[in-house]
Design a protein around this ligand. Structure first.
Ligand code: SF4
Length: 107
């Protein structure tokens, strides 16, 4: 298994991250800045964290997919540049788009 560094914000979580290929975390930009920004207080701004995710993190896609697949671990905070609510919405949109559409048969 590739050694990896768990980012500071993951270390703040109350449970261990799911052990699998987490090599992408070595490239996480959030390891270089204040991890508190990824868990703002209620009503606090998510913009500083999102700005880092969206503008300078090359593993944003991997991070987002990890969060979507591991909700128990990634229930809170900013992951892949998205808040909990945004991830929930994205998951619902994906589920809706993968639901087979009922075709209307013209009579
Ligand atoms: S996308 Fe954001 S939260 Fe995810 S690893 Fe990159 S900087 Fe960290």
């Amino acid at each position: 298994m590739t050694p990896y560094t768990v980012s500071p914000y993951l270390r703040m979580l109350p449970i261990e991250p799911v052990r699998e290929d987490l090599a992408w975390m070595d490239l996480a930009r959030c390891t270089e800045v204040d991890p508190e920004a990824w868990f703002p207080e209620k009503g606090g701004s998510t913009r500083p964290a999102k700005r880092v995710c969206l503008l300078s993190c090359e593993v944003r896609a991997e991070c987002l997919e990890y969060a979507l697949e591991h909700e128990a671990v990634a229930a809170y905070g900013i992951w892949g540049g998205m808040s909990e609510r945004e991830r929930r919405r994205l998951k619902q949109q994906r589920a809706a788009s993968s639901t087979p559409q009922v075709q209307r048969i013209a009579s």
